[in-house]
Design a protein around this ligand. Structure first.
Ligand code: AMP
Length: 427
């Protein structure tokens, strides 16, 4: 009989991979708390209509869509923002602003599988709703910076841009939204020549090319040059000024921005303001990204609500940590196995295992009915630190044998003092 494999693009995460993924989610949750973001848990399956309302053509074409048994057209979420927008316009409608919301979970996109690109992957998502001010943008960018720092990653870089610059020019040049999105999508993929070929006006092509080719000595110099480049395009000028204000807040608060990219576009169509992405030198693909989307809540039937958010790719942060050999900072826990010598000591041994767990020590019980020698061999193989051997004679005196499997020593220990002995490495 043939064996089963996961569906293409889906993975089983085992041992260290699972541990690192959970660790990153834990760090994302901690960072959310530090910034005052409250966690919300939304369904993996949502109405197709909701998810397709403003996901952008790019993502819409890559959604897992199906009819449920009630005949509803539904889809696996390709991101969190639509679900959060739904919550904001319904259940959380009357909550005082700003709303700071955090979610973590799996999302699904029919992407072409490759390193760091899967069809089921994990995101930590942060949304700050109700403020259109640069300090709100700065908060989310600083949160991104803190999150990567908290995972222990080194040399990560933040790239900043502003969709208002390209959109401002194109709008003034009379290019409609649909055509703008097609151009931005090509820009996002760095297919600049294809993007420019979609622009009819010679003048507009010239300005856009100028932005694509613009290089500054540093991020502020880049912004100054952008200002000159977009002169006469009112909205684009306002966008550059907004970008500059955010850049100042972020850098003056001690977070370094590596790159300002004047021709930066992100895949999701709903961005209206600042956009950013996170990178490490070891991976070419972004670890996360986000930006401002002031019109989205209206699309979902809510009141006009300025908002800024970001999604980080948990799998990619985990990949980056593995590439940088980042150590997981976790309390060193001793692992213990509890082995009854005979059938008659099983119940007592189970009780001892339970006592260790209640004292906060991870304890595994020998459930394979193995003889002592084999059980110890197995514990050794699995790098367990201690074996607690429960035998008839010692039990009569309220004792067990504590065997240090690393130091190869052993001692008879009173059952009540077992947790402290294990903690003090005492046998
Ligand atoms: P987006 O929602 O497209 O802005 O993506 C946010 C982040 O999710 C990206 O920066 C990646 O880190 C991650 N991501 C997006 N697509 C994938 C994928 N197919 N596999 C793994 N991670 C992904």
């Amino acid at each position: 009989m043939s064996t089963f494999q996961p569906v293409r693009g889906m993975r089983d995460l085992i041992a260290e991979d699972a541990e690192t993924l959970s660790y990153v989610i834990g760090k994302a949750r901690e960072t959310a708390q530090l910034f005052g973001f409250k966690e919300v848990i939304t369904p993996v399956v949502e109405p197709f209509e909701l998810l397709s309302a403003k996901s952008g053509e790019e993502i819409r074409q890559r959604m897992f869509i199906f009819d449920d048994l009630g005949g509803r057209k539904v889809s696996l979420r390709p991101e969190f923002t639509a679900s959060i927008a739904r919550l904001t316009t319904t259940t959380l409608k009357n909550e005082p602003k700003p709303l700071r919301l955090f979610s973590a979970g799996s999302v699904y996109r029919y992407d072409e599988p490759q390193k760091g690109r899967y069809r089921e992957f994990w995101q930590a998502n942060f949304e700050l709703m109700g403020s259109g001010r640069p300090e709100a943008d700065a908060e989310v960018i600083l949160l991104a910076n803190n999150l990567l720092k908290n995972t222990g990653l080194k040399n990560f870089a933040l790239k900043l841009g502003h969709v208002g610059v390209l959109k401002g020019i194109m709008t003034q040049e009379g290019i409609d939204d649909k055509a703008q999105n097609a151009i931005l999508q090509k820009m996002d993929k760095k297919e600049y020549e294809t993007a420019l070929a979609l622009v009819d006006s010679e003048n507009c092509r010239k300005i856009l090319r100028g932005l694509i080719e613009l290089k500054g000595a540093n991020v502020f110099d880049t912004v100054d040059k952008m200002k000159t480049q977009v002169q006469g395009y009112e909205k684009a000028v306002a966008a550059v000024e907004n970008l500059e204000a955010i850049l100042r807040l972020v850098t003056e608060s001690g977070c370094e921005i590596e790159v300002v990219d004047p021709a930066f576009a992100r895949g999701l169509e709903y961005y209206t303001g600042v956009i950013f992405e996170l990178y490490v030198p070891q991976l070419e693909i972004a670890l996360g990204g986000g930006g401002r989307y002031d019109k989205l809540i209206e699309v979902f039937g809510g009141e006009s609500t300025p908002a800024v958010g970001m999604a980080t790719g948990i799998d990619r942060i985990a990949l980056a940590m593995q590439a940088q050999k980042t150590r997981l900072q976790k309390p060193t826990q001793k692992r213990v196995t509890v082995i009854p010598i005979k059938e008659e000591q099983k119940a007592e041994a189970l009780k001892i295992a339970q006592m260790l767990r209640e004292a906060g020590l991870p304890a595994e019980f020998e459930v394979m009915g193995r003889k002592m020698g084999k059980a110890l061999e197995d514990a050794d193989k699995r790098k367990v630190d201690y074996a607690v051997i429960v035998g008839e004679r010692e039990l009569k005196e309220g004792k067990v044998v504590l065997k240090d499997l690393v130091g190869r020593t052993q001692a008879e220990v009173n059952i009540e003092t077992l947790p402290s002995k294990i903690r003090e490495n005492g046998c």
